[in-house]
Design a protein around this ligand. Structure first.
Ligand SMILES: [Cu+2]
Length: 337
């Protein structure tokens, strides 16, 4: 009897210490979305149960090793034990009940995380190798930075132009895959003003590790000011003609992963000296690269594949590049002698 009390006391003590230890590790980044609360609550509960189960197994095991070890001179066999029906029913039924409780809590929790606000602002997310593009259909703007107003639910509609990517801001907790050929959704209500990082969390090729985008959560007033600024910039860009400096910005955002401008070979051919250069296609045709060829290469990459390369796996239209953007890029390519 005394032994049982000692073991029970040690189980509780070790469980509490393990739980405090796990908490002290600081496993989670700060909470910055309403959806993070129920998720963290459930995780915390699971950590408690895990700590207790750990203690329940390890403490009696270690205690038995020490308390019941062979005494000097003892040579006989141990006592023969033939099953224990009550114990076996107990250790089947109790875990079953715990698992069922967690199934219920998990489902209830998922319901809270998915709760939809019909007023939610929509943002269209496009993931591509290797970057992110955000469109705000309500405001007619697009951006490489994800600006969000605080305390308002956002409905993300997500598409991939190539392979599977995954949308994840650790501070928001929820994570959703982008799957080519369909639209996936996730709802997030940012709850804390600040700067975060969106990262792709599905291995998607050589530049996967750099497939990040800044996330900026601001007040509604600041968000509106940002929208107005983006709209004005887009209008100004449309009014002026093609511009090499803007083209360079777009190159850095969309094309740099595969095309160098210093003559080195990447996933795709370098752009240095591209205009006026002799091009050899996979079907053997050769010609001198002009503006029309460059534009066609971007818009219909499969129609003319440069010899020695795979077809370009990049869809300019899908990531939201307009004809004006492409004209800027061609203007930039012209400067690369
Ligand atoms: Cu990715």
């Amino acid at each position: 009897m005394r032994r049982i009390f000692v073991v029970a006391f040690l189980v509780v003590l070790v469980a509490v210490l393990v739980f405090l230890g796990l908490n002290a590790l600081g496993l989670l980044p700060e909470q910055a979305a309403a959806q993070a609360e129920p998720i963290d609550w459930l995780l915390n509960l699971e950590l408690m149960v895990i700590s207790f189960l750990f203690a329940l197994i390890i403490v009696p095991l270690v205690y038995s090793l020490v308390a019941f070890r062979r005494k000097p001179g003892e040579t006989g066999d141990g006592e023969h034990v033939e099953g224990n029906t009550r114990l076996e029913i107990g250790w089947t039924v109790i875990p079953l009940i715990i698992v069922l409780i967690f199934a219920y809590l998990g489902a209830e929790n998922l319901g809270r995380v998915r709760r939809a606000d019909p007023q939610a602002m929509q943002v269209q997310v496009t993931g591509y190798q290797w970057g992110w593009q955000f469109k705000y259909p309500q405001y007619g703007i697009r951006s490489q930075e994800l600006y969000l107003p605080v305390n308002e639910q956002v409905l993300f509609k997500m598409e991939s132009t190539d392979v599977i990517h995954s949308f994840w801001v650790p501070e928001f907790r929820v994570k959703q895959d982008l799957v080519p050929g369909r639209v996936t959704e996730v709802r997030i209500t940012p709850s804390r003003v600040g700067r975060y990082t969106l990262m792709c969390s599905e291995l998607c090729g050589t530049q996967h590790a750099y497939m990040n985008a800044p996330v900026v959560v601001v007040s509604r007033a600041e968000f509106d000011a940002w929208v107005a600024e983006r709209q004005a910039a887009a209008a100004a860009a449309a009014a002026s003609g093609p511009d090499a400096a803007r083209g360079e910005e777009k190159y850095l955002m969309y094309c740099k992963a595969c095309h160098s401008i210093d003559g080195s070979k990447g996933v795709g051919p370098t752009w240095r000296g591209l205009l006026g250069e002799q091009v050899v296609l996979t079907d053997g045709t050769t010609f001198i690269a002009d503006e029309a060829y460059i534009l066609r290469s971007i818009k219909e990459p499969a129609s003319q594949v440069v010899a020695g390369y795979p077809p370009m796996a990049f869809n300019a239209e899908a990531v939201g590049l307009t004809d004006a953007d492409l004209a800027d890029i061609v203007e930039f390519i012209k400067t690369l002698k």
